[in-house]
Write a protein of this length. Structure first.
Length: 248
């Protein structure tokens, strides 16, 4: 079933697909991969294939059972636009989304090149926030241009894990920017000046800024548990959501 999420910027997760494959440095220490292995070992339904991409038609109707307006992060355990997800299955997912206009769906992908291809002959539903992951300059920044080609009501960036100084980021027509550091025992550090560069550009572009977490390394450069490092940046928390968009 769709489950309540501990992710700071959403309410529930909905995973019509599970499993994925690595495409860039941001995937190196994938949380979902480790979780899928644990769920597989526990015999959890839906994880029989561990982290091999799997489409679950039996999960498609889950949002229909929830009448209260809810914000769903689609596929915390996968990438909806993975190359092995068929257009037919994507059409089924988006049919559910269009059929539940009371809900908001946040869809995030690293397969950004597929976005303009898929939506070339389809409209993006008005209750979809469409986003791409950006972890570095080489792999992450080009994804933004693909995202910009889709006429989505809300376009957003998940800059997590932020692995280097991104330099200049073109934030034209981007409504929301999330930044976070990597967590877990193998977390790579994130530096305060990298976050500052992104935050200042978001402010200049009029994009809402959300600071998710420091992760495994604090602003002081000390490695500790992510809860101890917290999510305070420049003396405050940053929890902005895009203007006009419903939020949890």
């Amino acid at each position: 079933m769709a489950t309540k999420s501990t992710i700071e910027w959403t309410e529930h997760t909905w995973n019509p697909t599970t499993g994925c494959s690595k495409v860039s440095p941001g995937c190196k220490n994938c949380y979902a991969e480790g979780m899928a292995r644990r769920l597989h070992a526990m015999g959890a339904h839906g994880y029989e294939n561990e982290f091999v991409l799997s489409m679950h038609e039996n999960r498609l109707a889950q949002p229909l059972a929830r009448k209260r307006p809810t914000t769903y992060f689609v596929n915390s355990m996968s990438d909806l636009f993975h190359e092995n997800v068929t257009d037919r299955f994507l059409d089924q997912v988006f049919a559910i989304i269009e059929g539940t206009p009371q809900h908001t769906y946040q869809i995030l992908t690293k397969r950004a090149a597929r976005l303009p291809e898929y939506f070339a002959s389809r409209s993006c539903p008005q209750n979809v926030w469409l986003g791409v992951s950006v972890e570095d300059r080489k792999h992450g920044l080009p994804r933004i241009d693909f995202l910009r080609q889709v006429h989505a009501p809300i376009r957003f960036l998940s800059i997590e894990p932020l692995l280097e100084d991104l330099g200049r980021v073109d934030l034209r027509d981007i409504h929301w920017v999330i930044v976070g550091g990597e967590s877990g025992p193998k977390a790579r550090p994130m530096r305060e000046e990298w976050v500052s560069r992104v935050q200042e550009q978001a402010a200049a572009a009029g994009a809402a800024f959300f600071f998710k977490q420091w992760g495994g390394w604090g602003a002081d450069g000390v490695k500790r548990h992510k809860k101890a490092n917290g999510r305070v940046f420049r003396g405050r928390t940053w929890d902005a959501y895009p203007q006009g968009g419903a939020h949890p």
